[in-house]
Every structure is written in structure tokens, then in C-alpha cells.
Design a protein around this ligand. Structure first.
Ligand code: GLY
Ligand code: MN
Ligand code: MN
Length: 443
């Protein structure tokens, strides 16, 4: 029985996405979208199953090994959907869990036809026969590369040229990922809830923190809050870095005690109905910023505000990045961390020594979501429905040639936003980021 939160997405939504995908493909095309497989973790044990994001986007079906076929051939009166699923198997289900099964699949998933995945090879050659284009994501799934190659070769080598192999193999990703890049209202609703749960988890970690606590204690607080709010999984491994560990961008060891006087950087977000949140906050483990920490922190926060101002329809992420970089560079010169004049520093990109990643990324079913950022060398303009992170940072390792009070400090402030008609909306505003608000919460 499922006691988890109910997704606002319905079979109708998935059906509409499938239909939209087919309408963007050339006539007489077959799309092939495989589900993910289980991945071995150690003997007789697998990693927690995570569905392939493309397959999930088009079906909402969470079983491994399935395959979705979609056709817009006239042979099927315009549009056809077919799913191959694991058959029911009393023995396998006792060991590994329930399966939807072939009999229930078409009705439950709202597709036209369902078959056992064990019969895939047998059916696929006949289905491929006569389609002019095959759309799939080659090299993304070795199992699919194999069964698609088998079907194409079977058509080519059919006796007496009795089957017509496809004329063209097309990449499904530009179309499908273009669709995923623009979120509908229901997706935004889920992303907003994922962001709220994640914000509550960050607040809980801030309230829990104490000088000397271990990074993994904060990680546990975060994960517990996700789970009790209905988000069973993290969207990615939480990063909890005290002191200089915050300068390791993808630090996930999370096993060190955080000393009195140190900052801690937490980058954590839950996954809800497949959609990710991605929040970073940096705060003093003892609840009080030092003057040097305040100076650097305020600089990152001001750079984030400057970037946010630029993030609206028609503008680009690059414009947000330039705004953030200008504020950071000015501030670093003022603090004596960079020397010389602003324009020279901007020209020489000296800030890259301390802010070495981009401003943010698309956010959706994948935490680093699909969708292009540039086309023909030009940055793509933002449009309503795009969801992204805004995450400037400053990372000053102890080896840096700077005044001692700035050494060993890593700061990132990351929020999630949706681009709206009039600008943007911050989805993660519930978790404080102003110095006085963080200190008040932790006092
Ligand atoms: N949590 C990974 C990132 O911020 O990109
Ligand atoms: Mn991020
Ligand atoms: Mn992050």
C-alpha cells in the first residue's frame, strides 16, 4: 500500500507528453525509451532503484527493465503507445517485490498495448519494420543499444527483403530534453514542495548544529527530515563540509567533527516524485559569524542578489553570472584578497581562483537537469517555466596567499528559482540566508 504523498501528475499528463513527443518527431517514426536496470552494489544486493528520468517523464512507471515504444505511423491511425514490462512471477516477487505484470499494464499506465519484456526481441523487429525513423538515445543504455541493433539487423537481413529497415536513426534527446526543460504548472508544484521540504531540512540542521558536532550528524538530521516529510530519497549525496572541507566542491565523506568557530557548508536537496531540490546554506556551527566570515559571506550573498536581478525572461544565465562575478571581484579587491583594478581583474578572470564553478544549472528530474545552455555559441535566453539553481560561492583554501583570517573558508549560497512571465520566483526562500536571520534562528 502506498502511503507516500500523492503526485499531482496523472495518466492524462503522461499521455499528453507522449503525444507531444510524437507530434515533434518526423512522420512515420518509432520512439524507443528504455527504463533503467537495477545496478549491483555488492553480492546479492543492488543500489536503490532509480528510474531513468526520460522513461519516468513519459510513463510515471517505476519498475526496472521495461521499454516504452511510441509510433506516429499511419499504420496505427496516427499514434500508438506500447509498453514491455516484467511479467508477474510468484517466485521472483517473493524475493524482489511486486510487479505490475502484463495483464494490468496497459490499463494502469494508459497505453494502447502491453507485452512481456521477455518477448521484446520477438516483437520489436516487426514493429521497427516499415518505420522511416527510429528515435532513441544511443549509448545511454547498453541494453537498449543491443536490442535496437538486433531489431534493425533483423530487418536488414530478413529473407527476400521482406522487411524494411529504418532510413534514419535520430537522437531523441534534443526533442525530449527540450520538452523537459520547460516545466508545466504541476511540475512546478512538485519542485516547489521538494524545495520546501529541503528548506525545512536545512533549518533543522541549523537548529541542531553545535560546536564539535560531526558532519554526519547534520547529514542524518537532513535525511530524517526528508523522510518524515514524504521524500524517501536525496536528489544527490548530501554535502556537509565543516571548515576547509567546504572548499571541496563535491565533498561527500561527511565524517569530520566541526570545530568551534568554523563554518559548515550543507548542500542537500530531496527528490520528490522524481524531481530534485538543490539547496546550499553556509552557517557558523556555533551560531555566530566571525567578522572575516561575515565579510566573505555577505559578498557571496550580495553576488547572489545581483545575479537574481538579472534572471528573467529574455536575459541569459551568462548575464546573471557577469553580475555575480562583478560583485565578487569588487569585494575581493576591497578585502585585499585580489589586487589591482576592477576591470583588469575582470579581464584576467582572477576571481576564478576562488569561484571556480558556474552560476547554476537547470533543475528537474535530474539535479543537473537536461536542456541546452548554448546554441551556435550563443547563450539561450531564459523563458518562463525554466527552473534553475543560483549558487555563487567563494572557496579560499588554507594554501591561498591571503590574510590568515580568510584561510580555510568555503561558502556557497544556493537557491532554486522558476522563471516567470515577469521575472522569477524563488522556491527555496523559506530557509534563511541573511546573516542576522541565520544567527537569530540558531540563537
Ligand atoms: N548539489 C550539486 C550542485 O549544487 O550542483
Ligand atoms: Mn546545484
Ligand atoms: Mn547543490
Amino acid at each position: 500500500m502506498n502511503h507516500g504523498p500523492i503526485s499531482p501528475l496523472s495518466n492524462e499528463d503522461f499521455k499528453q507528453r507522449r503525444s507531444e513527443l510524437l507530434s515533434r518527431c518526423l512522420p512515420n517514426s518509432l520512439c524507443i525509451i528504455p527504463a533503467a536496470s537495477l545496478v549491483k552494489r555488492s553480492n546479492d544486493t543492488e543500489y536503490a532503484f532509480r528510474q531513468d528520468s526520460d522513461f519516468w517523464y513519459l510513463t510515471g512507471f517505476n519498475e526496472p527493465e521495461a521499454v516504452l515504444l511510441l509510433s506516429n505511423s499511419d499504420d496505427y491511425n496516427g499514434q500508438m503507445s506500447m509498453v514491455f514490462v516484467q511479467p508477474t512471477d510468484a517466485f521472483a516477487e517473493v524475493w524482489h517485490g511486486r510487479r505490475l505484470g502484463v495483464r494490468n499494464a496497459a490499463n494502469t499506465l494508459g497505453v494502447d498495448y502491453a507485452h512481456s519484456v521477455e518477448e521484446l526481441d520477438e516483437h520489436l523487429t516487426d514493429i521497427v519494420d516499415g518505420h522511416h525513423q527510429l528515435y532513441f538515445a544511443s549509448k545511454a543504455n547498453p541494453r537498449a543499444d543491443d536490442f535496437i541493433e538486433f531489431a534493425i539487423e533483423s530487418c536488414r537481413s530478413a529473407p527476400k527483403q521482406s522487411k524494411a529497415a529504418p532510413h534514419a536513426i535520430c537522437d531523441i534527446r534534443p526533442i525530449l530534453h527540450g520538452m523537459r526543460l520547460i516545466k508545466c504548472e504541476k511540475e512546478i508544484e512538485i519542485l516547489k514542495r521538494a524545495a520546501e521540504i529541503s528548506a525545512e531540512a536545512h533549518i533543522r540542521a541549523m537548529k541542531y548544529a553545535y560546536a564539535g558536532c560531526n558532519e554526519f550528524e547534520l547529514e542524518a538530521e537532513i535525511k530524517h527530515e526528508f523522510a518524515i516529510k514524504g521524500a524517501k530519497h536525496e536528489a544527490y549525496h548530501s554535502i556537509v563540509g565543516g571548515g576547509e572541507n567546504a572548499c571541496i566542491l563535491h565533498y561527500t565523506e561527511n565524517n569530520q567533527a566541526i570545530a568551534d568557530g568554523e563554518l559548515v557548508l550543507i548542500d542537500a536537496g530531496c527528490e520528490l516524485h522524481g524531481y530534485a531540490a538543490d539547496i546550499t546554506r553556509t552557517f557558523p556551527v556555533n551560531g555566530q559569524f566571525t567578522e572575516a566570515q561575515k565579510a566573505l559571506y555577505q559578498l557571496v550573498l550580495d553576488s547572489q542578489y545581483a545575479a537574481l536581478e538579472a534572471l528573467k525572461p529574455g536575459n541569459t544565465i551568462a548575464q546573471g553570472m557577469s553580475a555575480a562575478v562583478r560583485v565578487i571581484t569588487e569585494g575581493l579587491i576591497e578585502l585585499g584578497i585580489l589586487q589591482g583594478d576592477l576591470d583588469e581583474n575582470l579581464e584576467d578572470e582572477t576571481w576564478k581562483a576562488f569561484f571556480m564553478h558556474g552560476l547554476g544549472h537547470w533543475l528537474g528530474l535530474d539535479v543537473h537537469d537536461v536542456g541546452v545552455y548554448k546554441s551556435k555559441g550563443k547563450d539561450c535566453p531564459l523563458v518562463p517555466g525554466m527552473v534553475m539553481t543560483v549558487e555563487p560561492g567563494l572557496y579560499i583554501p588554507s594554501s591561498a596567499k591571503v590574510a590568515p583570517q580568510f584561510k580555510g573558508i568555503g561558502i556557497r549560497i544556493e537557491d532554486d528559482i522558476v522563471i516567470t512571465e515577469s521575472g522569477h520566483k524563488v522556491l527555496t526562500s523559506k530557509v534563511p540566508k541573511r546573516i542576522e536571520d541565520i544567527e537569530a534562528l540558531m540563537s
